[in-house]
Design a protein around this ligand. Structure first.
Ligand code: HT7
Ligand code: ZN
Length: 844
């Protein structure tokens, strides 16, 4: 397959004044008639008229009304065109019913819908399917469905047809069409300049009762973007549609966002607190794309982080306001380390702005999204809040309507602040997580921190240059008072020292507060200092981090040296859990242990070979010790943090439930699940029901509840996804592969629905010790199913291959087993480009 390079970018030879599309819908034979007004692009030398097109049957084509016979190529067509403005017209036939890849126009439960990002529009009609070609669209949909939707504002509607006009020039990847017998949850929003906007969430009949939360989240997002970024909505209508079969979470098509139903539908009975928070964040994310992504889009797909990093950062800011800022930050860092650090330190490592790809769908990664957001966060930390706002205002002013680049983005910061961002730009160009080593000395009232940065080689990048790193630091006196409040040190050298004068005694430093940079901090510390910071640090992130380090070190000693549970950790965690002055959500997070993935990463980083079973055993032993030690406290917390008020998915209630359920987790280890059974039986919301069920499964007494749960929820797809995944995730390592395999035989298992496939096989990869079981069964089961899925849905298959990305960490026997599975996948005839690229990169 062909590799595409950033350095080869050239503009398209033509510009488009207007696109007219007519859709004659039919499940197997949809006709798409296009009429596109082209003119030559004065900025482009290459005037070859090439239109992308895949899986299309061309019926006819005309240029300025005259029939033409284009030259057909594998992924498009080429045609001779006049050296002036002209009209291209074509009719194609497509088969949405046969489209299982869920890219282009496809059917989901009898409803037509589209997914065009990144390169799906070429499966709808012949078109320059690249993000730097922007045009206004007029769309006519002909079909018998009750609801016919596209982008922009509604035009004429009649019996069996509807017209839509989108005045804002957009790239083809933001095109959308939906047609089905849907019902809506309506509302309205008045923008700050007084524009009245119609809002709708469209769902299948029966799901109307699950839209209210999403609608509130949408209105809150619209208001927040006006208040914080000065961005107003720009059409008369904003539609959201829930679709069951969807490859990712949601899609920001202009004025017509399409959502995986799991990311928009919510009710207390069927959704957990975590689901509510995620839905709120995704609705915000897609809405915020209206400016960061749609009004200003990307010049090419290498610039994906321009819209995704910025929009993830914006949605995190929004969630911090809607909920608890420290809890959001801690959760984000847990996620960053689990997914992005893992990626950055393995065979799939790539820069936030990659320099080449084979299949762009493989680059919707934690690096582009989450590390991309960290870069925006660092930029804001470096320039300060006021300068950040000034630069972003300039970005909107200067680039509205543009297909922009990272260079454009950094230039507005340089122009607004006068800073030179040459060194900062390396964060976009260099893959790999920097290590920041710190040592310290104290003499005559002066405390000095010595930093040294380095980044290990990553595939294709052996040598790394020094980057600017903002390191937020505060100093505490030995009695726990903060003697130097947080200040941001700008590290610009490979080695650099910072001194603090006038200190009465040697302070305890709190370094990288708020996780001010996505780096691995290497620093000698001991239990006493960690326990001190866990008790006294005023920075909530570092307070949590100290507890996490204490837990991690204790666990590593258990795994490596066969040590017993660490009393320093158990005492410290109990003290924090007992402290009612702290936010319950924070205490629940602090009570959690590092994940198996986190421990495996730490062991590997330290030059060891992680043993997944030993990691699992150590975690179980420590949890059990925690349960013993905190028996009384857990009982007190469980009772004290029961929520009496009617269920609400807000931060306060969900924090209380998180703490009570953390306590339930401990109690269930000692009472065989009796209290969990009671909670399960009396629960009136999914958070409580699922927490009860998972504790019962852990206690080995879940069979009856699992059966009851299925009976209760068998008509609700999204809840049954939880049923599938919980059983696999909670299975003992010895049984995980078999549990997943058995569930694939259940009548409700289907490969055609990505949510269900992920709930079963994705869950197997999440059961770390089960997936990496020494028998190799986990690898085999996953590989078998990926091989079956690839011909149907390459995008989801390729994404799920990343389960194997850590293979080089393990012992020779496991490596050999994984390598054999990777080779078996690669040997499949007609393996998709997506999966071929992923497996080849992982195999190395
Ligand atoms: N911009 C979107 C990314 C995307 C996607 C979404 C659904 C299905 C396939 C997709 N390919 C790319 C989602 C987002 O980041 O908001
Ligand atoms: Zn996005």
């Amino acid at each position: 397959p062909q590799t595409i390079f950033l350095k080869d970018y050239t503009p398209f030879g033509f510009e488009i004044d207007m696109v007219h599309l007519t859709f004659r819908l039919h499940p197997e034979r949809t006709r798409v008639i296009s009429r596109i007004a082209f003119r030559s692009n004065p900025n482009a030398k290459d005037a070859d008229f090439f239109l992308h097109g895949e899986e299309l049957t061309l019926i006819w084509a005309k240029v300025d009304g005259a029939d033409v016979t284009p030259r057909m190529e594998d992924n498009g067509l080429r045609c001779a065109v006049p050296d002036r403005s002209f009209i291209w017209e074509a009719e194609v036939e497509i088969n949405p019913g046969a489209n299982t890849a869920l890219e282009g126009l496809y059917m989901s439960n009898g409803m037509y819908c589209t997914q065009c990002e990144a390169e799906g529009f070429r499966k709808i009609t012949y078109y320059p399917d690249r993000p730097d070609v922007m045009a206004p669209f007029e769309v006519r949909i002909e079909g018998d469905e009750k609801v016919l939707l596209s982008n922009g504002n509604p035009g004429t509607t009649g019996d069996g047809f509807a017209e839509w006009h989108d005045p804002w020039p957009k790239p083809a990847y933001l095109f959308a069409l939906v047609a089905g017998d849907l019902v809506n949850h309506p509302d309205r929003f008045e923008t700050k300049s007084g524009r009245d906007v119609e809002l709708n969430i469209w769902v299948r009949p029966g799901d109307e009762g699950k839209c209210a939360f999403g609608m509130e989240a949408l209105k809150a997002s619209m208001r927040w973007d006006e208040d914080v970024y000065g961005r107003e909505y720009d059409l008369d209508i904003f539609n959201i549609v829930a679709v069951d079969d969807f490859n990712m979470g949601a899609m920001e098509n202009k004025g017509l966002n399409i959502f995986n139903s799991s990311c928009v539908l919510a009710s207390p009975e069927t959704s957990t607190d975590g689901n509510f928070e995620r839905i709120e964040a995704i609705i915000a994310h897609e809405y915020f794309h209206n400016w960061t992504g749609n009004r200003i889009t990307c010049r090419d797909w290498f610039q994906l982080c321009l819209k995704e990093g910025l929009t993830v950062f914006r949605d995190a800011q929004f969630t911090s306001v809607m909920r608890s800022e420290p809890v959001k930050r801690i959760g984000d860092v847990i996620d960053l380390r689990a997914r992005q650090f893992r990626e950055d330190n393995g065979p799939l490592a790539h820069p936030v702005r990659p320099e080449s790809f084979v299949e762009i769908n493989n680059f919707y990664t934690a690096t582009v999204y989450e590390k991309g957001a960290e870069l925006i966060r660092m930029l804001k930390t470096l320039v300060g809040d006021a300068a950040y706002s000034k630069a972003v205002d300039l970005y909107f002013e200067r680039h509205d309507g543009d297909a922009a680049t990272i260079e454009d983005w950094l230039k507005v910061f340089e122009d607004a602040t006068g800073r030179d961002l040459t060194q900062f730009k390396r964060w976009y160009e260099q893959a790999g997580t920097p290590r920041v080593n710190v040592s310290e000395e104290y003499q005559d009232g002066t405390f000095t921190l010595h930093f040294e940065q380095s980044t290990p080689p990553t595939p294709g990048q052996d040598v790394k240059d020094t980057r600017v790193i903002p390191i937020a630091v505060g100093l505490l006196s030995p009695n726990g008072d903060e003697v130097v409040p947080t200040q941001v040190l700008e590290m610009t050298g490979a080695k650099q020292s910072f001194a603090f004068d006038g200190l009465a005694s040697r302070p305890v430093p709190s370094i990288l507060r708020g996780f001010s940079a996505p780096v691995i901090l290497e620093r000698e510390s001991d239990n006493a200092e960690r326990a001190f910071l866990f008790a006294h640090d005023t920075d909530p992130f570092n307070k949590w981090e100290a507890g996490r380090a204490l837990a991690r070190d204790g666990l590593l000693a258990m795994i490596r040296d066969g040590a017993g549970p660490d009393d320093a950790y158990l005492d410290a965690i109990e003290a924090v859990a007992r402290d009612d002055s702290l936010d319950p959500a924070f205490r629940a997070l602090a009570m959690g242990l590092p994940s198996q993935e986190d421990l495996a990463q730490s062991l590997y980083e330290a030059g060891g070979t992680p043993d997944p079973q030993a990691i699992w055993d150590a975690l179980e032993t420590l949890k059990q010790a925690q349960a013993q030690k905190m028996q009384d406290l857990a009982t007190r917390l469980y009772a004290q943090y029961q929520v009496d008020a009617p269920y609400a998915p807000n931060a306060e209630q969900s924090g209380a439930r998180a703490l009570a359920n953390a306590a339930l987790g401990l109690i269930s280890r000692l009472d065989g699940g009796a209290l969990a059974q009671k909670q399960y039986d009396t629960a009136d919301n999914m958070t409580q029901q699922l927490a009860g069920l998972s504790c019962l499964l852990k206690a080995g007494n879940g069979d009856a509840a699992v059966a009851l749960f299925y009976e209760q929820w068998k008509e609700d797809r999204l809840v049954i996804d939880k049923w599938f995944s919980l059983q696999v995730i909670m299975a003992d390592p010895d049984k995980a592969a078999q549990t997943a395999q058995t569930l694939t035989k259940h009548p409700d298992f289907t490969m055609k629905n990505p949510n269900r496939f992920r709930a079963t096989l994705g869950a197997l990869a999440m059961n770390t010790a089960g997936f990496h079981h020494a028998s190799g069964e986990g690898y085999k089961v996953l590989a078998d199913w990926l091989i079956k899925l690839d011909p149907l849905n390459p995008q989801t298959t390729a994404r799920m291959c990343s389960a194997f990305e850590t293979w080089r960490r393990f012992d020779a026997a496991r490596q050999a087993k994984i390598a054999a599975e990777l080779d078996r996948i690669l040997a499949q005839p007609n393996l998709s480009r997506d999966t071929t690229e992923m497996v080849t990169r992982i195999r190395g």
